[in-house]
Design a protein around this ligand. Structure first.
Ligand code: C2E
Ligand code: MG
Ligand code: MG
Ligand code: MG
Length: 273
């Protein structure tokens, strides 16, 4: 009996794996077509000052419209990283963002951030590539903030740190994205060549009704501010969360409570106000 159940389970598991694999292959092929056709768009989510609720920056987020429906980056970024497609995808996103900055002077007065995958940093000379694209679009490096997750420090740490330092020497700002979700060792925080720490939304989500989480987040923010890092809190969805983080001394927030990611036309309307 047990053996039969085990056999069935294995069979179900194998079928699920096969489905999963087929879905991945489908997405990979569709991604390749989308890359060739340049089917991607960039949305922008504003980042706000807690003191006066003005927009101080925007995060660029890639959007893929597949047959009239958006595929979530949560679904395809992982695959693009597995297949190496993240390199051309990252290049297309960067070019779209730099073209927007060049075209709309409103974007030149605020910080624009771009998500950069660890692979982009590890697989080739990203600082050199970026310098070329900045020159091509005639955009100043200080307009740009690069967001990297803690995952970049999993691999060749020394060369990664050198590359981050190079980016800062060029005049870009560097942000550590999703802080607290990776292999979070606070011990390296002071050694990171980063100007900004983005506290992940898992902390935001639980902070109002979890005193222990609150205590941890309070300490992390204290430490960041002590090390003179700017803190951005992600995923603010209500006023309670906003008030808690404001009281903890956070000056920059991002989240659905203020604004969802939006197309450039919509962002420009909000920037005039
Ligand atoms: P991320 O860089 O941490 O971006 C923030 C994500 O949180 C975005 O999801 C945004 O829509 C979502 N978000 C913002 N505020 C809230 C909120 O209040 N509540 C909730 N529940 N979510 C909120 P999105 O656009 O689906 O992107 C997911 C992830 O995909 C990004 O996380 C980033 O890691 C990756 N990604 C997106 N665009 C790019 C890109 O151009 N290049 C690379 N390498 N990765 C990207
Ligand atoms: Mg990000
Ligand atoms: Mg994030
Ligand atoms: Mg995230």
């Amino acid at each position: 009996q047990a053996k039969r159940i085990g056999g069935n389970l294995t069979q179900h598991f194998m079928q699920a794996m096969a489905r999963d694999y087929q879905q991945q292959v489908r997405l990979r092929n569709a991604l390749q077509i989308a890359l060739d056709r340049k089917d991607f768009e960039v949305y922008y989510q504003p980042i706000f000052n807690t003191a006066n609720h003005t927009i101080t920056g925007v995060e660029s987020l890639v959007r893929w419209n597949l047959d009239g429906e958006f595929v979530s980056p949560g679904e395809f970024i992982k695959i693009a990283e597995n297949t190496g497609q993240i390199i051309p995808l990252g290049e297309q996103v960067l070019d779209m963002v730099l073209a927007d900055i060049r075209r709309y002077p409103q974007l030149q007065n605020i910080k624009v951030t771009v998500n950069v995958s660890a692979q982009q940093l590890q697989r080739y000379n990203f600082p050199k590539f970026l310098a070329e694209r900045l020159a091509f679009h005639q955009v100043a490096a200080r307009n740009l903030t690069l967001e990297l997750t803690e995952g970049v420090f999993a691999g060749e740490t020394m060369s990664t740190i050198a590359a981050l330092q190079q980016l800062r020497d060029m005049g870009c700002h560097v942000a550590i994205d999703d802080f607290g979700t990776g292999f979070s060792s606070l011990s390296y925080l002071n050694r990171l060549p980063a100007d900004i720490i983005k506290i992940d939304r898992v902390f935001t989500h639980g902070i109002a009704d979890d005193p222990e989480l609150f205590a941890v987040v309070q300490k992390i923010i204290e430490l960041c501010l002590h090390l003179q890092k700017r803190v951005i809190v992600e995923g603010i969805e209500d006023e309670v969360q906003l008030n808690i983080f404001t009281q903890l001394g956070v000056e920059r927030v991002q989240g659905f409570f203020f604004a969802h990611p939006m197309p450039i036309e919509q962002l420009l309307k909000r920037l005039v106000k």
